[in-house]
Ligand binder design. Structure first.
Ligand SMILES: Cc1ncc(COP(=O)(O)O)c(C=O)c1O
Length: 294
């Protein structure tokens, strides 16, 4: 799996990473057999050369590569080459690849990163937006994987209390149908608001010579507290390490002015936002950044 990705509360995929070496992992939860977590190999997100060196080392032992193609920790088009390269490597070596599109799915243009990049991973996960607020998870399988799983000897059992829940399934169906029918309008609106937010704030930050910038992948945005080039979540965290008090003060200022910014840092635009809403956001955020970072 790629470092810095989040795949949910799966014990075997949760690690405390060494801040100086983000491939050095320690299980986050107690009680796991060491054998299991040893079988999870981390490769550095957005560093193709190092990732390939590691993948080559384990070659035939790799069951699957799982990647969160765009992480909310670094929503940027600059990561697209890495995604393409890892995908092409896996395809050329017959290694299964899974795209975790829980966040990017139905949120970015063309419904997914894989569609934007014209890639066909063997497995995909989706969720969140499909449920329109209700809990849902969706797994996508390629025909080849589906066929393998349907063979009796490869049986994989899956089920749970909420699997196939009729209420969520109906809402999900209606929601997806609506988005599909109105895709041009919805994605066009989100793109124009996100672009406006990014450009306006970056212009302001340039003008005020603040060492901050806004980055985005379609309507997933983030304020980054450095103008240096950062390649991954850990580079960013290092740059922001000494700013945490100021960042919290800024976030509190925003809340007091009616704008809740998630502590995790990503900003997701909603189709219901109007230009006026975004102008208000820009106003509060620029005042806050000026107050605490100038
Ligand atoms: C990229 C990604 N994958 C997987 C998950 C896990 O989803 P759930 O919490 O529904 O299991 C999340 C949840 O935030 C996520 O962001």
């Amino acid at each position: 799996m790629t470092s810095g990705s989040w795949h949910g509360s799966v014990d075997q995929l949760l690690f405390d990473l060494n801040s100086n070496n983000h491939l050095d992992k320690r299980e986050l939860s107690a009680g796991l057999t060491k054998d299991l977590s040893k079988k999870i190999i981390l490769v550095p997100y957005n560093d193709y050369k190092k990732s390939i060196t590691i993948l080559k080392k384990f070659k035939s032992k790799i069951a699957m590569v799982i990647i969160e193609p765009i992480q909310q920790a670094l929503p940027s088009k600059k990561c697209e080459d890495y995604i393409r390269n890892i995908y092409n490597y896996c395809k050329s070596k017959n290694i299964l690849i899974c795209f975790d599109e829980m966040i990017t799915g139905i949120r970015v243009n063309k419904f997914s990163v894989q569609n934007c990049l014209k890639l066909k991973p063997d497995l995909s996960t989706f969720g969140k937006i499909i449920g329109g607020g209700l809990p849902i998870g969706v797994i996508g399988l390629s025909k080849t994987v589906e066929k393998k799983l349907s063979e009796k000897k490869n049986k994989v059992f899956f089920g749970g209390t909420f699997s196939g829940n009729p209420l969520v399934a109906e809402i999900g169906y209606q929601n997806l149908s609506y988005i599909y029918k109105n895709k041009k309008k919805i994605f066009g609106h989100l793109e124009s608001l996100s672009d406006y937010f990014e450009k306006s704030l970056n212009l302001f930050l340039e003008k005020e010579k603040l060492n901050i910038k806004v980055i985005r992948y379609y309507s997933i945005l983030r304020i980054i507290y450095t103008k240096s080039i950062i390649k991954n979540k850990f580079d960013r965290q290092k740059k922001e390490e000494n700013l945490s008090k100021r960042i919290i003060k800024f976030q509190n200022f925003a809340v007091n002015n009616g704008v809740y910014l998630s502590k995790r840092g990503a900003i997701f635009f909603s189709y219901s936002y109007t230009k006026k809403d975004v102008e208000y956001l820009i106003d509060v955020i620029s005042k806050g950044l000026f107050k605490f970072f100038k």
